[in-house]
Write a protein that binds this ligand. Structure first.
Ligand SMILES: Cc1cc2nc3c(=O)[nH]c(=O)nc-3n(C[C@H](O)[C@H](O)[C@H](O)COP(=O)(O)OP(=O)(O)OC[C@H]3O[C@@H](n4cnc5c(N)ncnc54)[C@H](O)[C@@H]3O)c2cc1C
Length: 393
């Protein structure tokens, strides 16, 4: 393999570029914007920085958040003191850090727009605004708005959701998460260095309706939109059938990150999967024991084993998590109540926030702990009702 072209230099493309260039492969990243403030919360879980420690061990500005407050209709709120903190970056800073790492490893970085790609005798001819270049392999990392229709995931409107919000001047130390009635999504307030990212994501609802819900929330919480900057973008949220036929690879191309639809269909977490899939794609290309013709299948299997199957399972339960009910209340409301009253349930939420609890094992853990959790909830309820505050130890 003489040259790999990486189309898009977000977290997925930059990670793949760093790994390939470090292994001595001639690697060219083409991104029309390079480092930019891509609409995003910027939150990175423990799962991401424990596997890739450079994400926390660096001088790039970031917030390390140890407190999250979850709230749901008719359930009040519950605060989680995160044993495994969440990191929050501005996307400009995160993208720049990742691109600089790729460049230091030897990747060529081009600021340019890819217009189209076509097959050449031994690979690809890539036409950009400024030039035409040839490559043996393409890594498609063009994000959720991939305009190259012949490569990357193919999704319908049902496999996406809107995410929008405001960057608001201000500061706070904790994350706020608010669930809303009849919404397969949620509102977040993420503290960043120097400002807050306040946003909403939701499936099956138009962007205009989401914006109304968000602005109402901001008014209720006294978060002013004065001097705030609006942002909005699409987010892959694949339905179960789409995971089964997801086009993540083809002859001489592999797709990574959002361009491959690799986003958690419940939380909307995409940064970890972008970075991870960039890493996995580079491993497949570098693996000399896999014949070129077998690489696409090997990549598909690796993604499925590593996290794809679990995200596909997540897509089966997403609607129940947001719109289902348990003991005559909505699931989010019960979640908030249980967090307040059951240490076991709080521990499970810690693991969900850290990204260390898979969806596949969630049901088993919930059922195994159900008696204990309900016992703790009831005891906590009775204890608080029967024993006045001042008499508690
Ligand atoms: C509002 C919102 C909030 C989010 N919050 C979080 C969060 O808190 N945590 C989290 O983990 N995930 C979050 N996500 C998801 C996360 O932003 C994405 O999953 C992540 O950015 C995917 O990275 P990527 O490299 O695949 O794509 P991108 O980051 O979208 O990068 C794609 C790159 O390709 C370039 N490009 C596209 N087309 C071309 C072309 N034709 N030629 C040249 N360059 C091109 C673009 O300029 C861009 O730099 C959020 C998403 C949204 C919309």
């Amino acid at each position: 393999m003489k040259r790999v072209a990486i189309l898009g230099g977000g977290p997925a493309g930059a990670m793949a570029a760093e790994r390939l260039a470090a292994a001595g492969v001639r690697t060219t990243v083409i991104d029309e914007k390079l480092a930019w403030e891509k609409p995003c919360g910027g939150g990175l879980t423990w799962k991401a920085y424990s596997q890739y420690p450079f994400l926390i061990d660096n001088d790039t500005p970031k917030k390390i958040v140890t407190e999250t407050c979850l709230a749901a209709p008719n359930a009040g709120s519950a605060t989680l003191h995160l044993t495994k903190p969440l990191l929050i970056y501005s996307r400009f800073d995160l993208n720049r850090m990742l691109l600089e790492r790729a460049e230091r490893a030897g990747a060529e970085i081009e600021k340019d727009r890819v217009l189209e790609i076509e097959r050449a005798s031994k690979g690809w001819k890539i036409r950009t605004r400024k030039a035409t270049l040839e490559a043996d392999y393409c890594i498609v990392a063009t994000g959720a708005r991939n305009s190259l229709r012949s490569v990357g995931t193919e999704w319908s409107a049902a496999d996406t959701m809107y995410a929008l919000g405001y960057y608001v001047p201000g500061s706070q130390d904790r994350i706020d998460i608010q669930f809303l009635p009849q919404l397969e999504g949620y509102i977040w307030v993420f503290p960043r260095c120097g400002h807050l990212s306040v946003g909403i994501c939701g499936k099956g609802e138009p962007a205009s309706a989401l914006r109304v819900r968000l602005e109402r929330y901001m008014e209720e919480k006294g978060i002013s939109r004065k001097d705030a900057t609006f942002y909005g973008h699409m987010l892959p949220a694949l339905e179960t059938p789409a995971w089964k036929r997801n086009r993540v690879a083809g002859e001489r191309w592999l797709a990574v990150g959002d361009a491959a639809g690799l986003v958690d269909p419940i939380t909307g977490e995409g940064l970890y999967y972008a970075i991870r899939s960039g890493d996995l794609a580079s491993r497949i290309l570098l693996d000399e024991s896999t014949e070129p013709a077998a690489k696409e299948q090997a990549y598909r299997q690796l993604i499925a084993r590593d996290f794809g199957d679990d995200l596909a399972f997540g897509s089966c339960i997403a609607k129940k998590v947001f719109l289902g009910s348990f003991l005559l209340r909505s699931v989010p409301s019960r979640m908030v109540q249980f967090m307040r009253r059951s240490p076991r349930f709080e521990e499970l939420m810690q693991d969900l926030f850290a990204g260390s609890q898979s969806y596949g094992d969630l049901k088993v853990r919930l059922f195994k702990n159900l008696n204990g959790t309900l016992h703790e909830v009831v005891m906590n309820f009775l204890f608080r009702r029967l024993i006045p505050n001042e008499n508690r130890t």
